[in-house]
Design a protein around this ligand. Structure first.
Ligand SMILES: [Zn+2]
Length: 336
């Protein structure tokens, strides 16, 4: 009997695998279609971003999150060319999305429809090679401290090269870009540095974390009704700057509230360690899929994939591509 109990415990101790992670390549179709929203959806016919290109480098390739909608691939190539042509160096790209999009395991809530990208604030200097391809970490530009109800940000000007704000500006000026999320400390600095408050500053939105990278989000592609757009940036009548540099919403980032931890106000709730199946809470990716709002097209896509993996020919092909991937992962570790 004890053997049975032990076996049951082992089965229960195994965290469930996120099925979107097991899809090794994009779902092919005549055209790219996005279903759902940034934090609840998937993508058909996503494009693979090359791991290096003119003016850009991708890090953490072992995470296999370098797939996106064509518009995002084109935007990254645009930013890369800007960096190369101006001599700023190379843009360092972190997570985009999975081959078929879908919810990710871990802290990300969005990145599900191929329109989100994490990009380092610091560019790789022109004469520098990447030292560790398996790390997205970089120097923090701002420090967040919590004292009583106040949240203070110290902006580290010496860690903020001109190329960092030029990169943000270049991205924000692009029509395809919907929002850019940065630490409230960085938004505050930009509001002070660009005191005439140009319109592009409006797209730069304060967010928790994001002290060494920014999160870039594109609009839904023109005319794609199955892609659910985000509400426009809310108008704040108390904001005299018109670009989110003053007013109640802006000020709320500097006061601890119910949305912030009491002990460490500078850490958002959403980055709390994700509970695995051992606890009562399901992992976030599973919660997303269980909701009625998760598009039926994405559920069907997953069901079709699951049926295909049971096909012995496909299963053999998948096994060999997974072996290739794990070999790639071990070679990546060597590049340091
Ligand atoms: Zn992100």
């Amino acid at each position: 009997m004890w053997i049975w109990i032990a076996a049951l415990l082992i089965v229960h101790a195994q965290p469930k695998k996120n099925p979107w992670e097991t899809m090794a390549s994009p779902v092919k179709a005549d055209q790219s279609i996005i279903y759902g929203s940034y934090s609840s959806g998937c993508i058909v016919n996503a494009e693979e971003l090359p791991l290096a290109g003119p003016g850009f480098e991708v890090v953490n390739p072992y995470r296999h999150r370098y797939y996106a909608h064509t518009s995002l691939i084109q935007l990254i190539s645009h930013l890369g060319k800007w960096a190369q042509n101006t001599g700023a160096g190379k843009v360092v790209i972190g997570d985009l999305g999975q081959p078929a999009g879908g919810p990710l395991t871990g802290a990300h809530m969005s990145h599900q429809i191929g329109l989100d990208a994490d990009i380092r604030l610091h560019l790789l200097l022109p004469d520098k090679a990447i030292t560790n391809r398996n790390s997205f970490n970089s120097t923090d530009v701002t420090q967040c401290r919590h004292s009583g109800k106040k949240i203070n940000y110290t902006f580290l000007a010496e860690k903020w090269p001109l190329s960092s704000h030029q990169l943000l500006q270049t991205a924000a000026l692009d029509e395809r870009v919907e929002r850019i999320f940065v630490s409230a400390g960085i938004k505050k600095h930009l509001c002070e540095a660009f005191a005439d408050h140009p319109q592009w500053l409006k797209k730069i939105r304060p967010e928790w974390g994001h002290t060494s990278h920014f999160h870039l989000r594109l609009r839904c592609p023109e005319g794609m009704t199955s892609c659910l757009a985000q509400n426009p940036i809310p108008e704040d009548s108390t904001d005299l700057s018109g670009v989110g540099c003053s007013g109640n919403d802006f000020n709320s980032w500097f006061i601890a509230s119910k949305n912030t931890h009491v002990s460490s106000a500078c850490i958002p709730r959403s980055t709390k360690a994700e509970k695995n199946t051992l606890g009562s809470e399901l992992p976030r990716w599973e919660n997303v899929m269980n909701k009625d709002t998760f598009p039926k097209e994405c559920k069907e896509l997953l069901a079709a994939f699951a049926a295909k993996t049971k096909d012995p020919v496909f299963a053999e092909k998948k096994k060999s591509s997974e072996t290739q991937l794990s070999q790639q992962k071990s070679t990546d570790t060597v590049i340091r």
